[in-house]
Design a binder for this molecule. Sequence first.
Ligand code: ZN
Length: 420
Amino acid sequence: METQDLNHNVQQHSKSSFWLKNVRLETGFERDDNDQVIHTTTDVFDLEIVDGIIKQLKNHPTTISKDAKVIDAKGLLLLPPMKDMHVHIDKTFYGGNWRAAPWEGGIKDMIKLEEKLIPELLPSSQERAEKCIQLLQSYGSTFARCHCNIDPVSGLKSLEHLQRALENFKEEFSWEIVAFPQHGILHSDSENLLREAAQMNVDFIGGLDPTVVDGDMTKSLDIMFDIALEYDKGVDIHLHEDLSTGKAVMEYMLERVKDNKRLQGNTFISHAYALSQMDEKSLEDMSNQFAEYGIGIVSRIPMGKQLLPIPTLQKHGVIIKAGTDNIMDNFSPFGSGDMLEKAKLCAQLYGWTNEYHLNRALQFATDNVMPLDNAGKQVWPREGSPASFTLVNASCSAEAVARLPRRESVYYNGRQIFSQ
Ligand SMILES: [Zn+2]
């Protein structure tokens, strides 16, 4: 038996079979006399990985054949792969020199600025996107929902460059693309461009502040939904509008989604600032309808001074996703690319300090995939699951969320894509 350390280059094993032994997995919750979770139990397992799939999941130690290739995880904790569900890597400064955001202006100022900035960034945008993908991978992310500028300045070039960058990583990363009219569908007359983008292998049609930027809420939203329906895409809109106009946008979106089953479960509102300003009754009502008609909320957590009412949304079963948003660009210089950090930020913002709440906060790093379900039953991974995961030096998910251990090793479909 040939046993290797994790930091050994194992890429050659991606299409063959090997054992990853000595892996720590969560097995349940331990509760005190008051039924409060006080500890997460774990056990050590051996995983047989064949053609990118976990074929066998056995309690350690397993009898492994002498000829098998074996990698020793040395008791590290196995976490699900991280997923960045909202990120802009098509127009980033990352990969070049340090640059702060130019100023703290409004959205229309930013559109004017981008008219100059985008042509400056385009020649190196593919290379920068590739560096961002590597950054995300180094923190355990194997998936990103990439919003991509579709605007009259870059035309479809931003999208072409982003797609070339992603294609170069197709063996070790997966993605969705949102065609995002950053300069407004009506404000920059981008409807035709958006239609062209819809035919270029994207997954979602985006939108932007239909009242504040576009000045005609129903017209802007109708174009977005109509293109999505015509080309069979989902919807993921950037909505930064406050309560005074944002609530009406959400209500109109609900009307369109109620009327069309194909949009249900496939419509997302990114940021949704207005939710943080709603009175409790309206929020409960809106949350109920979002859950019923499958409208999800995506947040970069935190969003300035405003706090998305995650506990209320969760109580009603609304789908919530999290993302880095900006790694280092004209909107923000703060994104680390670490989704586990987003889970920790969530825990800090909402006061989730106990074992149970920290354990559940992992969902914001992994797009809701967790080793244990709410009751503490082991549900991930299973035999037959893709061999995509992150190994960290932590005793359980709660510790990983609270302490942000470095990512020792990251696997995507059986292929090691990062190691320390
Ligand atoms: Zn965004």
